[in-house]
Ligand binder design. Sequence first.
Ligand code: DGT
Ligand code: CA
Ligand code: CA
Ligand code: ZN
Length: 579
Amino acid sequence: MAMSWVNEDLSRQFGEIATLLKLKGVDAFRVRAYERAAATIGAAPVDLSMLDEREIAALSGIGAGTASKIAEYLGTGAIAMLERLRSEVPPGMVELVRVPGLGPKTARLLHDELGIDGLEALREALDAGRLEGLKGLGTKTAANLRDAVARMGAKDTGRLPAADAIAVAEQLCATLRTVPGVAEVAYAGSLRRMRSTIGDIDVLAAATDAPPVMDALRGAGTTVKVLAAGEKKTSVLTVRGLQADLRVVEAEAWGAALVYFTGSKAHNVRIRERAVRQGLTLNEYGLYRRETGERLASRTEADVYAALGMDEVPPPMREDTGEVEAAAAGQLPRVVTLGDLRGDLHGHSSWSGDGKATLDDMAAAAAARGYAYWAVTDHAENLSINGLSREQVRARRGDLRRVQETVPQMRLLDGAELNIGIDGALDYDLDFLLSFEFCVASVHSLMQRPAAEQTARIIAAIEHPAVCVIGHPTGRILGKRPGYDIDLDAILDAAVETGTALEVNASPRRLDLSGSMVRRAVERGATLAISSDAHSVGDLASMRYGVATAQRGWATPAGILNCLDVDGLLAFVDRKRAR
Ligand code: DGT
Ligand code: CA
Ligand code: CA
Ligand code: ZN
């Protein structure tokens, strides 16, 4: 199911209400209600704008008060309570709680005692040593904050995580497709290349008549404000604070326009150089013979690349990192595609508290995707909030046998997502760990440690016989949390040495490993697993973002664990355990 931007937006607004209430110091019980609402809405299987207030109130995790706020949002486009809270809480305090390890209590303390009203002010105060000796703040906290702030990098770049752009872009494309006379619609730019952060959304449409398409953009539900409306291009501000540019072209130029506006700019420059050397001209309308002006190609991207004498380059690879030369030599690697994947090796069910769907529903949806296997990797016991005890694991095994009967064409794997402790220790004990069919191990705690410690900890998990994959290896959350400090090359070497895979977590909030890290993994010969880390049925579809990220790193099916069939996969597990 495609993500609903209404649900996403609502979920974000309720999350913001919870944060703002925390910053005001209201009791935890009220805050929790909004956090639950945000989580419920984020995972709701239907677009809430399709329901009436009574149906919304019937969703579990949604109380009457929340339901009326949802109705208010659907009716007016805003929640008055949120607007009020925003005006009551200094905006800088919201910025402060984005710093990893800095909670609302500390933010209030810093604001009230030292007048720190934002990230810049916090930076200055840290530099000036003004946090030392502040009552209620340990010296350790000051040091941790210094690290966290440093790792957040320079000031906000104005780029947003891919996850924030995808929902808006897809909604926008769906709207434009309904306009009469529109033949093609696609998003281009950095989002089509699946960069992890996005500067703006570029949408392209092919139509006989541009004005109705431009009108549709201005009137789209995602549009907040029209920034510029021209004949060839319309720019609007969308709900996420992202700009969207729309260009309308004639169908005959679709492929050339798609190449041009997909970019990257560096890739475009490189292929245009190639065109020039061949006596050709390349622009957004087509590829032309310079002397005669004859148009050689423009209808499809494949036509344009073929006329340039190149392999067609998958959009995520178009970054001028060697792909133009390789494609011109006919030696572009055949990178992994969605169709190559035989299964998904990281997913959660409602057996662990954060899984939103039952094992039945998750398995049915995974089977419907045509997978040969699906590993249910619910959290393990050391994750105090929702890890499974041994008794729960045993109970789940009974459930698993029952559900397996309902999906005879797909192998359900009895798995776990283990927690890598500070010294590399894992959950349960060796015998119990080996009773699982497939284990992912991830860092979920103590994320701000020195690189040497963090690396040693992950390598210790890699060396464990039960661990087949390291989940989200850097722990980054785009726009929120930088990755842990790690020595990636040392981790890759240990993974190769032990026959352990590293995950390309496909969640658009993570994309972890990143494309450039995938490229390093490929160069060092490490095996990768592209996994959705699904917590709901809809999340299973995130796989395509993982595939695009793997393509950015030039990964081929041969290096990807879940391109193996069931027997190949189980042989990989056996080899790991035999060591
Ligand atoms: P972003 O928005 O910063 O995440 O990155 P892009 O790649 O989406 O860049 P954007 O939105 O400025 O432009 C979209 C595409 O249009 C870009 O990838 C390539 C093409 N383009 C833009 N400006 C130029 C240019 O000056 N020369 C060439 N050859 N192509 C350009
Ligand atoms: Ca862009
Ligand atoms: Ca743009
Ligand atoms: Zn997970």
